[in-house]
Design a protein around this ligand. Sequence first.
Ligand code: NAD
Length: 296
Amino acid sequence: MTSIAFIGLGHMGGPMAANLVGAGHDVRGFDLAGPSLELARQNGIATFPSLAETVSGAGTVITMLPAGKHVLAVWQELVEAVPAGTLLIDCSTIDIDSAGKAHALAAAKGCPALDAPVSGGTGGAAAGTLTFMIGGAVEVFAGAEPVFKAMGSRIIHCGDASAGQAAKICNNMILGISMIAVGEAFVLGEKLGLTHQALYDVASVSSGQCWSLTTYCPVPGPVPTSPANRNYEPGFAAALMLKDLKLSQAAAEDAGAMTPLGAKAARLYQLFADEGFGEKDFSGIINMLRDKSVSG
Ligand code: NAD
């Protein structure tokens, strides 16, 4: 097994790196936060005081960081520290422009690179069942597949550089819009005297069926495992949904794509976050829709 360096051991990176250890890889980890490093050590990850020491001797380096500016700063340091030929993989969700710049940094150094954002949340990261959406040369993807398989169950090559990020922000634009649609339907149903269970029983087997309804149902009851049943503790925080909707809006503007519902969803999640609910699960937006409805 090759040695893998993992940079960014937070909510997602920590358990992903632990699954690489579980698959028998020698994993070297780095993070700026002491508690993340401590947890990583408990999970069998060797930690080092600097990025350069962490990546020394690693054949593959994975980054899992908050946003594009963090990825570009770390990749700039990385290409100065690793030899040509080291495989660089970014699993963070970042803007298309930064993803392209990261690929360019790697190419200038002679390092193969992949953008590989994920879907599945912290639960999927812990269980090793993430979906990976991957951009980069197909032969680089093929060589890296065993690494992804240790952390995920669905590994999809989406196209050339940045195609993984493109797939991620398009998917999450669907999710952000569809959660609002499901929330609106439950609020209207309440006003029309429908029980949550009755609407769920119909829509979950009819043409309104979608993930936001059947897996993440925004009202308590019909889907006992959804965040609505635990006071909207995330799950997937509204602040992260807002981040992804902003990324898709920036991409839509650059690409000239008409995305009016994506734009509206971004404004509604901004309002929800501004009202102090950014750390709640994104499905909690139904409560804002209900609160702002007028009594009939
Ligand atoms: P997080 O804040 O828990 O973890 C990020 C980690 O990066 C932190 O531990 C931080 O200390 C570290 N870090 C920041 N700058 C660094 C640097 N220069 N060097 C080393 N470490 C540094 O965030 P997260 O929830 O793990 O999310 C990571 C990425 O995954 C984000 O891009 C997010 O959008 C994406 N994502 C998150 C989820 C989720 O449910 N949390 C789901 C899918 C995708």
